[in-house]
Ligand binder design. Sequence first.
Ligand code: DI6
Ligand code: FE
Length: 408
Amino acid sequence: MQRIENINAATMNDDQGYGLIHDATVIINKGKIEFVGAAFDAPATPTAEVIDGNGGLLTPGLIDCHTHLVWAGSRANEFAQRLHGASYQEIAEQGGGIKSTVKSTREASQEELLKLALERAETLMSQGVTTVEVKSGYGLDLENERKQLTVARQLAEQLPVNIKTTLLAAHAVPPEFKDNADGYIDEIIQNILPTLANEGLVDAVDAFCESIGFSPAQTEKVFEAAKKLRLPIKLHAEQITNQQGAKLAAEYQALSADHLEQLDEDGVKAMAENGTVAVLLPGAFYFLRDTQKPPVELLRRHGVPMAIATDANPGSSPIHNLPLMLQMAATFFHMTPEECLRGVTVNAAKALGEQKRGVIAEGCYADLALWNCQDAAELTYQFGVNPLKTLWFNGVAHDRVSKPWSAH
Ligand code: DI6
Ligand code: FE
């Protein structure tokens, strides 16, 4: 049993805002939160290990609810091409983009992929993350999609982190199905999805509904197949063009629709009616030099919960820094610091269908982050410094050790 004292707790367990408790005490027992409240209300725990928070801020462990963390190969060359004038779409149409990462990911062994993904996951964790969603989508056939999702599961075995897997086989058309996207969709729904779901590798199903991806009709076929398997769905929607994807996803009670720069009010309303979370990805917006912002004011007005994630991937968001996404969401999308922190805690949990994470509340997993700062707005305000002191995963504390330089 542990007792964290002398903290301000941003419980996020509130309809809006931080759910802040000043001079709070949190009691952890058997990996779960047993008590959270004001210090003067806390029950006695004579045998508990006492942790002095030194007046710091305690938040739920952060949740990165949209990443493509498992890939091999670099796309720095494409970045350079873009800086010489090529567009993301042009590069994709010339066989670069997603396809080049598919090639490197297929060529990489499971061990190589795991090594790369471990490093990325640890980078996220060093900044307060305790849950990461990991998508496939760089394998695009049974064997390689399985390899990606297996690596994702291995991350959770090797690191103190919660991993949620998402099958994104409908990310791009693989070379074997060139000019036959419908044939590939059939392969997904008849083979890849049911097989990997049966192997326990799939927590949710996603698709890239886009002019350079799959049509709404093809996306709907994937949704139908997921529904038959009782798997929750998510969707890459309205990133580059408006395909009414978010509306379609919401009609299938999707957990989330993600990106959404081109989303219209119809889509917003459908999401509000169905409780679909809007996952905003300011890193991709920034990296692609997008100018069309997601309709944050409309989402707010209709009460659609907003989450924020890194979209960590080699093509459109080579970013492994969730706190930086808060800064970008505030600066680019005009989200408030409260909305930003909710976006990587309570609303990110909702986007993953996680019932017992994302808030500090009795009965929830003790996934917590202790920060060396007083004001919760600090987490959105500053970047480039790392105020994380301690991270708890399932009630086990891990201190962040900053590595000092040493002279030789
Ligand atoms: N949207 C994205 O931002 C990424 N995938 C997607 O569907 C980009 C993936 C890549 O370029 O490798
Ligand atoms: Fe993505």
